[in-house]
Write a protein that binds this ligand. Structure first.
Ligand code: NAP
Length: 459
């Protein structure tokens, strides 16, 4: 795949970038390794926090240009691109403020049982961490790794998705401009076939990947062979469960937002809507009406709700999933057929009457397609929710507290949002189970993933 910015709204190539040759990759790994030694041994949390705050301020000052780059490279509506940039700025300030407390270690109150006068733990950085990242949130996916990693005293190498090189190169400079030692964060312009050679480099201590399941399997197996730490944030097919006590108007509004934000290309988007039969018709009527009213069009237009899909391949994959379901008997309540170009548009689509032989029941729909399921009780809701191999997030709409407890207990997911939609926040741990991956990002959990928890025993 070429490393190129291609405008998904027109299909036009904006700019192609030559991949870094082996010498340049070596140079960049060496820079990251050099900076790792400086960050670990010669800087304090206070110093790094100053640089992180300064980097956040620069991003804030440049937010309009950064947002336009996101929209140009992957087609998200400009208003949502601005939200993405603001979220990054907030997370950077958050880690600048909280990293030291998150990594303060613990003291054993009573060390006598372990035969010590004192015993405690300290958290120390691992060194250079490789981040393999996707295009769907080109800044946010990277910042939520980079902010905690740099605050912990690690350095980062970024292998970004090949279709967002301008975002990748912007990030290459951001932390330098904020004052971090040169090399603290470096972009590698390389294709996916060269990722394993970076993981196996002895100077690289760990890897994090956000992306698809096949990419995750490949990266994790290389890391395992090297006995290096890996964190995987993979796909999802999140359930959105609606029970009879729910506020149906709020639920359907939130359901549309959760399915369609980011042109419906989010790992934690609600993808399967599992609705109790008592409220099915009312919820579905309202949901379909609200899906129909979305404004589809030029993502640079302020009034656009939904832009094109980011890549031609993603567009073709989604069309094939929908065609398969329709051919096997699914009912199309809205949309359904791919739109001819220019631009990789797919219309907001709602499918019902799904059967287990359809691919869409198991596979992730990374685009504006909602699947509906009718259920009769909470046991069936859980069974349908848990029937995919994914386990990222989930949303449940019910005012009944015993039902809330039931779903918290029974859903196979890394996250449960009650009467709301799945979102990521710097304050909350983020991650999945099953084939959605392992490890956690954000909060105190995320910053500790790439640290050595060192135990100290003192006689
Ligand atoms: P992708 O094809 O897996 O690409 C993600 C990154 O992995 C890109 O940088 C890609 O490089 C690289 N890559 C692909 N195959 C690889 C391999 N065999 N070895 C090493 N690196 C490889 O995923 P995508 O289509 O860009 O993103 C969509 C997927 O990401 C969806 O499944 C979505 O759910 C998931 N996602 C998960 C989260 C989460 O937090 N759980 C968040 C966002 C997205 P190239 O671009 O050069 O191929």
């Amino acid at each position: 795949m070429p490393i190129a910015s291609i405008n998904p709204f027109t299909g036009d190539t904006i700019e192609e970038f030559a991949p870094h040759d082996p010498g340049e990759v070596e140079n960049r790994i060496a820079q990251a390794a050099g900076a790792a030694a400086i960050l670990r041994f010669s800087t304090t949390f206070e110093q790094r926090a100053q640089w992180m705050h300064a980097s956040a301020d620069i991003l804030n000052d440049e937010s309009e240009a950064a947002a336009r780059t996101l929209t140009l490279e992957m087609g998200k509506p400009i208003r949502q691109a601005r939200d993405e940039v603001s979220k990054c700025v907030r997370a950077m300030h958050f880690y600048a403020e909280h990293a030291e407390a998150f990594l303060s270690g613990e003291s054993l109150d009573d060390a006598e049982p372990v035969g010590a006068a004192q015993a405690w733990t300290v958290w120390q950085p691992l060194g250079v961490v490789l981040a393999v990242m996707p295009w769907n949130l080109p800044l946010w996916q990277v910042i939520r790794f980079a902010a905690p990693a740099l605050m912990a005293g690690n350095t980062g190498l970024l292998k970004h998705a090949s279709n967002v090189p301008q975002s990748a190169l912007y990030l290459d400079e951001l932390f330098d401009k904020g004052g971090f030692p040169a090399g603290s964060f470096r972009t590698l312009l390389i294709g996916s076939a060269r990722v394993s050679s970076v993981i196996t480099d002895a100077r690289v201590k760990a890897v994090t990947l956000t992306g698809s399941e096949p990419a995750g399997r490949s990266v994790a197996s290389t890391a395992a062979n090297e006995v290096k730490k890996a964190v995987l944030e993979l796909g999802g097919s999140d359930p959105f469960i609606v029970m009879p006590s729910a506020d149906l108007d709020a639920a359907s509004t939130t359901a549309v937002r959760s399915r369609m934000t980011n042109n419906a290309q989010s790992c934690i988007a609600a993808k399967r809507f599992i609705v109790h039969t008592d409220v099915y018709d009312e919820f579905v009527g309202s949901f379909v009406d609200k899906m129909r009213s979305l404004v589809v069009g030029d993502p640079m237009d302020e009034s656009t709700d939904v832009g094109p899909l980011a890549t031609a391949a993603g567009h073709d994959d989604l069309s094939a999933l929908v065609d398969d379901a329709v051919a096997k008997g699914a009912t199309t309540l809205l949309g359904g057929a791919a739109v001819d170009g220019p631009g990789w548009f797919f219309p907001p689509t709602v499918l019902a009457d799904l059967t287990d032989d359809m691919r869409i029941v198991q596979e992730e729909t990374f685009g504006p397609v909602a699947s509906l399921y009718r259920l009769t009780d909470r046991e069936e809701a859980t069974r349908v929710a848990n029937q995919t191999t994914f386990g990222l997030s989930s949303a449940v709409w019910t005012l009944d507290s015993s039902e809330q407890d039931w779903f918290i207990t029974t859903l196979d997911a890394g996250m449960v949002f009650l009467n709301g939609m799945s979102r990521s926040y710097p304050e909350l741990p983020f991650g999945g189970i099953k084939n959605s991956g392992y490890g956690r990002e954000l909060s105190s959990s995320g910053i500790r993933e790439f640290c050595n928890q060192k135990t100290v025993w003192k006689a």
